[in-house]
Design a protein around this ligand. Structure first.
Ligand SMILES: NC(=O)c1ccc[n+]([C@@H]2O[C@H](COP(=O)([O-])OP(=O)(O)OC[C@H]3O[C@@H](n4cnc5c(N)ncnc54)[C@H](OP(=O)(O)O)[C@@H]3O)[C@@H](O)[C@H]2O)c1
Length: 268
């Protein structure tokens, strides 16, 4: 299927590794021009170099931007729009917050988590949307995809900070999809389940070192409640995101799509 993305402009946040980088790769493979950002220039440069070596002709623009800092978001988006002549696709993403129970976090840790996973999403959209409206007025389409978590639909024990911020992202996405629908800009969220990224590999290695349990058994424990009984792969996640970003996906908006191997148990 032709995704219709050749030559379009995309911005993927939190993309020096993991799910964000995999999404950038999928968009580059489809011919999009992709700005990627993360907190440090060195890490994002390394990611860009790797993407260029894997994807011949890839036009990737690495930008240092901490998505908890509004001024850095504005500057990075302006650079991408200047380079690409418009912005068709925005993918919001960042790292995940720490785990813990109610008593484990003080007010400032709650605020940090909301800044990382909720306000970053809102601020990226607040500052990307004016550019995207102009591009959509010219080219007739735009796509916003917010990387969230299955905790948006099924809160995870001990993950208060994620559970709360992802619920906020969901409310924001649904509201934005209503406002931007008439401009042919779709807004959707994607909810990863356990997916083998660097972050998850570090987590399973650390757990294995601490408990002596084999990494494969730790992963099997994470996978046991899913229908497919396995951990996901980054490229499986990215393929679904690339479809939502594509031109043929123009009638899908306001949706929260789990990409979780059937881990969420609710009917809807
Ligand atoms: N993988 C899973 O199984 C899974 C499951 C459910 C939900 N999720 C969620 O999906 C998201 C991505 O997860 P992942 O596994 O891909 O994590 P990851 O491998 O740790 O990647 C996170 C990316 O975000 C960047 N980042 C972190 N904080 C940032 C900030 N303030 N500003 C800009 N960039 C920032 C990191 O780059 P730098 O360090 O270079 O800044 C990195 O490129 C997280 O919110 C996570 O909670 C993941």
């Amino acid at each position: 299927m032709d995704l219709g993305l050749s030559g379009c402009g995309a911005f993927v946040a939190g993309a020096s590794s993991g799910l964000g980088k995999a999404c950038a790769a999928a968009l580059l493979e489809a011919g999009a021009h992709v700005a990627i950002c993360s907190r440090t220039q060195e890490r994002v440069d390394q990611a860009a170099q790797d993407l260029r070596s894997r994807i011949p002709g890839a036009r990737v623009l690495p930008l240092a931007c901490d998505v908890t800092d509004e001024a850095q978001i504005i500057a990075a988006l302006n650079t991408a729009v200047r380079q690409f002549g418009g912005l068709h696709i925005l993918i919001t993403n960042s790292g995940g917050p720490p785990t813990g129970d109610l008593g484990d976090f003080d007010a400032s840790q709650w605020e940090d988590a909301l800044r990382l996973n909720l306000m970053s999403t809102i601020n990226l959209c607040r500052h990307a949307v004016p550019h995207m409206k102009k591009t959509a007025a010219r080219d007739g389409w735009g796509r916003i995809i917010m990387i969230s978590s299955l905790s948006a639909k099924q809160p995870i024990p001990k993950l208060y900070l994620s559970n709360v911020s992802r619920a906020g992202v969901q409310g924001f996405a649904k509201s934005l999809s209503e406002e931007l629908g008439p401009r042919a800009i779709t807004v959707n969220t994607v909810l990863p389940g356990y997916t083998r990224t660097d972050r998850l590999r570090h987590l399973s290695d650390a757990l294995s070192a601490r408990s002596g349990e084999a990494v494969a058994d730790i992963e099997a424990g994470w996978a046991k409640d899913s229908a497919l009984k396995r951990i996901g792969r980054e490229e499986e996640f990215a393929a679904a995101v690339a479809f939502l970003a594509s031109r043929p996906a123009g009638f899908i908006t306001g949706v929260a799509l789990p990409i979780d191997g059937g881990a969420i148990k609710s009917l809807l």
